[in-house]
Structures are given as C-alpha cells and as structure tokens.
Design a protein around this ligand. Sequence first.
Ligand code: GDP
Length: 315
Amino acid sequence: MTRAFITGIGGQDGSYLAEQLVAEGVEVHALAHAIEPLPDAPGVELHSGDLTDVDDVRSLLIDLAPDEVYNLAAMSSVARSWEKPDLTAQVNGMAAAALLESALLVQEKLDRPVRFVQASSAEIFGQPDRSPQDESTPVRPLNPYGAAKAYAHLMVEVYRRRGLHAVSAILYNHESPRRPEQFVTRKITSTVASIARGRADVLTLGNLDARRDWGWAPDYVDAMVRAARADQATDYVVATGVAHSVRDFVAAAFAQAGITDWEDLVVVDQEFVRPADPTELVGNATRARRLLGWSPTVGFDEVVQHMVEADLAAG
Ligand code: GDP
C-alpha cells in the first residue's frame, strides 16, 4: 500500500489532496499545525506539529517512511507575506528545504525511492516579460511570498540532482468554495452573496486590473499526484492558460447572483492595493499535458459559478 505524507492539510489544497488519496486507497498521514484546531480529515492519520520544528518533523518522517511527500504547508497569502516576511521565509522557504533533506534521508535509509512534490507558485516569476509563462521563464519574484517560494523551488532542483524524485508544481491561482476570504475570488463571491441577500452594501477591493489565470483547486491537486507518480522528475506549470482580470471575476460573480448593475456596488480602497503586484500571470501547461496527461476540467465561468452557488447556499 502506498503511504503518503501531507503538510498543509488544514488548507484548501491539503483537504482536496487528502480526499483524493484516501479515495484511491492510499494510507495518508498529515502534519496538523499544532496551534490550529484539528482539521476534519476523514481517513487521515493526523500528527500534530509545526513544520518549522525541523528535528521533530524529521523524526516523524523517518518513522513514517512515506512513499510520497506533498509539501503544501505555507503562508499562503501574498498580501499577508508583506506583513510577515520573516515567518514567510521560514515556512515557505527554509521548512521546505528541511523537508527535502528529510525525504532524502528516508530514501537513503530505506534504499527505496521517495517521491516529493513541492507546491510552488506562479509568484516565483514576479512580473514576467512574457505571457504565458512556462517552466523556462526566469525566476524573479517581487514579493516576500514569491521570494520564499522561489528558494524552495530552487532547492527542489538541488535535491533532484542528489537523486530524489523531487518535483515542483508551479501552481497558478486555483480556487474553490474552500478558499479562505483573504483571497480575492472568495472575498468577491462571499460578498456578492451577502449583497444578493441584502446583508452587505458594497464590495471593497484593491487592484481591479490585475489579470490572473484562475483554475479549479481539485484539478491542481490531481496534477500534483500525477507529478509525484510520473516516470520523470521535473517541474510543471499547472494552469488553464486563460487570464481574466479581477474586474472580470467581479462581473461574472454578480451575473451569477442575478445582479447586472454592479458598477456602483464596488469600491476601490488603497488599503487593498499591494506595494508590487504582477499585472498578468498566466501559465502554459503544455508540459503537464504532454507528460502527465493532465488538463483542467473546470473553466473560469464554472469556477465562479461553483463558488457563488456555494456562498448563496451557505446563506
Ligand atoms: P494571489 O494572486 O495569490 O495574490 O491571490 P489573491 O486572490 O490574494 O490576489 C489576486 C489578485 O487580486 C492580486 O492581483 C490582488 O492585488 C488582486 N486584488 C484586488 N483586490 C483585492 C482584495 O481586496 N483582496 C485580495 N486578496 N486581492 C485583491
């Protein structure tokens, strides 16, 4: 039986990944962040701890001896990374390096392969010169989140050269009803639902012109599983290849809630405008299509639809 170890089980992707692996019959272990309430993760064996406690996590990994390691734990918000750049570096960067080393130790001790997937991010590209980006786009991050993820991304290559089946999945924005409201998509859909119910008057946002490639989170989790199990270890851009502006997302969400005249319901507040914000991030996932047989199954309009429906239903 395959045994997997997941960090970041409390997040959107961790929950979908655990569900997929449990459904496949994989024995799933996960690190549950000690200071947070235990996540509801049926079929998963939870181990309480903190990824930045390197020695504890290393002993745990050596005890468990997993076949697959998925490093999804992160300070996941770019906006918050400006407030906590040092913690972001520790969790998104250094802890990933330590986990790579732990995985290699397991591999060497047991003399059998360990497959490692790092949840990397389009933010490692910063403000790229070309669109769409692919695996050869220069890594040039612009914010503390991207810089820390870039370090982890580079360390994946370092460990791959040391013989670990280490893969970096360069994930573009991926959404679902499980997305926390600190992300723009969920902030939009939950506020639009509140406006539709007469419980809120306005939607307050930052940069409406930013363009992002928004996909469906369960698709991206599936790409990570495929990458773990592929014959070849390499990096993969995981994206839909289609960019939309924040304004497009707002319009689609209001339309989904049956509101056509929305312009006066949206207020721009400088508080939500970031010191540096990539104008457009859109990915070319040709390699993932070719080598992993992966393609997105849910497009932009359906992502918005699922999220607005869920928020309206939550009432
Ligand atoms: P990110 O791409 O990982 O940073 O995901 P977010 O969902 O946090 O942000 C996506 C884009 O929406 C960025 O370009 C933000 O600048 C933009 N944006 C505009 N208004 C807001 C807002 O009120 N909250 C957030 N989180 N992002 C906003």
